[in-house]
Write a protein that binds this ligand. Structure first.
Ligand code: EPZ
Length: 420
């Protein structure tokens, strides 16, 4: 298993290009199931999860071809020949469950492995199933699989989500685009990735109102046609490297980053002492003076993202004063805490909240990555720590961050990947 070694203490200085958003690219690739025409996606990040999604769609009958040699433009096309999403793929990537709605909408049946839990929580999919049932699907759950069937076409329905779910919103938005009649999704997720998916579906001929709001109205049509779509930049990668610049006391230009996608992250980082300046085609991130403790509660967009919680906690571990970090989205997303504490952080967890008491400095140590965003938080701590930090199990990192060591090394960081 690969490891990453960092020798801390150097302030970042230079430029990092922000890649396409992983959490937009995955549902956008699934949209390839909704048409027999070609769907061309550009600005695709080169990540393990993208490979896994390609594998999943290929076994459904959708050809996934990289049309440029930089591997950042995908062409998806073909007819659905298989409606089963097998356990050995789904267990690697929970976003596989997004094929459920499109398969039911297009061919009236789907057999999708239950994703099961993951490190950060049980991650149920009941909202996906309940919404599709309201549209006429019937499900049988047995042997770890979801067996879905529809007599005829899915029908439009008025669906109110009891709480915000990104995946359930995406699954039902795609299904509703080719259902019979009108669907209203109330209390829908408003993450920029939903807006990007909706924009692509509209380019494919879908009829969607309320994009960007918490109420989406979709008038289903029989078939969607092909389209070309450029994926939005990754706001979590942006926030992660903003924390890297801040924790190292450096200054970085994040090329392609969009301030308008960062929601509450901007206010919270500025409150903590991070200087964020919007430029023509990106953001300049600097730390002018010391960092100060700031309280944060994770919330659905435009609130502070749960996917930024671990990174922010690493930043607050070396701030002046204390910071209260409350995780409201997932039930087990503090696994980075014991690892950060091994590096000298002073973090106490009480239920869904953690109190972070800033310390003057961290010390390098061997640490264990437990999930995607926790991996990045340990790298951030390594940037600030005195001495050497070895981050183990970086396969977690490779699922969602492209070329981290290259991007940081280009900004002066002493970092390398140790294979094997
Ligand atoms: C998406 O996951 C993201 N993944 C996650 O990013 C992100 O943390 C999450 O949204 C929240 O923003 C992708 O987009 C591929 P949810 P998703 O449905 O859709 C519960 C990363 O690091 N829930 O919004 O699975 C669920 O357990 C990943 O890039 C149900 O109870 O998240 C959670 O507590 C991690 N029943 C909460 O809702 C359901 O049917 C929010 O989950 C669905 C969700």
């Amino acid at each position: 298993m690969d490891r990453i070694r960092i020798r801390g203490g150097r302030p970042l200085s230079g430029e990092i290009t922000v890649g396409g958003a992983k959490n937009a690219a995955l549902p956008l690739m699934v949209a390839g199931l909704l048409t027999d025409d070609r769907l061309i996606l550009s600005n695709v990040p080169r990540l393990a999860d993208i490979q896994t999604m390609s594998q999943l769609l290929e076994q459904h009958g959708i050809a996934v071809d990289f049309v440029t040699n930089d591997g950042r433009t995908l062409s998806l096309g073909g007819a659905i020949t298989n409606t089963e999403a097998p356990y050995d793929i789904v267990r690697k990537m929970r976003a596989s469950v997004l094929v459920l709605g499109p398969l039911l909408a297009r061919v009236g049946e789907a057999r999708v492995s239950l994703p099961g839990g993951c490190a950060i929580g049980t991650r149920p999919v009941d909202l996906h199933l309940k919404g599709l049932e309201q549209m006429g699907a019937r499900f049988n759950l047995a042997n770890g699989y979801i067996d879905g069937k529809v007599d005829g076409r899915l029908r439009g329905a008025a669906i109110v989500f009891p709480f915000v779910s990104v995946g359930a919103t995406e699954n039902l938005l795609m299904a509703a685009s080719v259902a019979d009649g009108r669907t209203v999704l109330a209390n829908a997720a408003r993450e920029p990735e939903i807006g990007d998916l909706a924009a692509c579906l509209v380019a494919m001929g879908a009829r969607i109102e309320g994009i960007g709001s918490d109420t989406l109205t979709i008038d289903g049509i029989a078939k969607l046609h092909g389209a070309e779509h450029a994926i939005i930049p990754d706001r979590i990668e942006t926030g992660s490297y903003a924390c890297a610049a801040a924790i190292s006391g450096g200054s970085v230009f994040l090329r392609g980053a969009r301030l308008d996608h960062l929601g509450a992250t901007v206010r919270i980082l500025r409150e903590a002492g991070v200087d964020i300046v919007e430029e023509l085609n990106g953001l300049t991130i600097r730390r002018l003076n010391g960092l100060h403790g700031a309280d944060v509660m994770t919330e659905p967009y435009p609130g502070f993202p749960t996917d930024m919680q671990a990174q922010f906690m690493a930043l607050m571990s070396v701030a002046e004063g204390a910071s209260m970090v409350t995780e409201t989205i997932f039930e087990n997303r503090f696994m980075h805490v014991p690892e950060l504490n091994r590096m000298g952080a002073r973090i106490n967890v009480h239920g869904a909240s953690a109190i972070v008491r800033g310390v003057p400095g961290l010390s390098g140590a061997p640490v264990m990555a437990t999930d995607l965003r926790a991996s990045l938080s340990l790298i951030l701590a390594g940037l600030a720590a005195k001495g050497e930090t070895i981050v183990n199990r970086v396969y977690h990192l490779d699922r969602g961050y492209e070329a981290v060591e290259q991007k940081l090394a280009a900004c002066g960081v002493d970092i390398e990947r140790i294979s094997g």
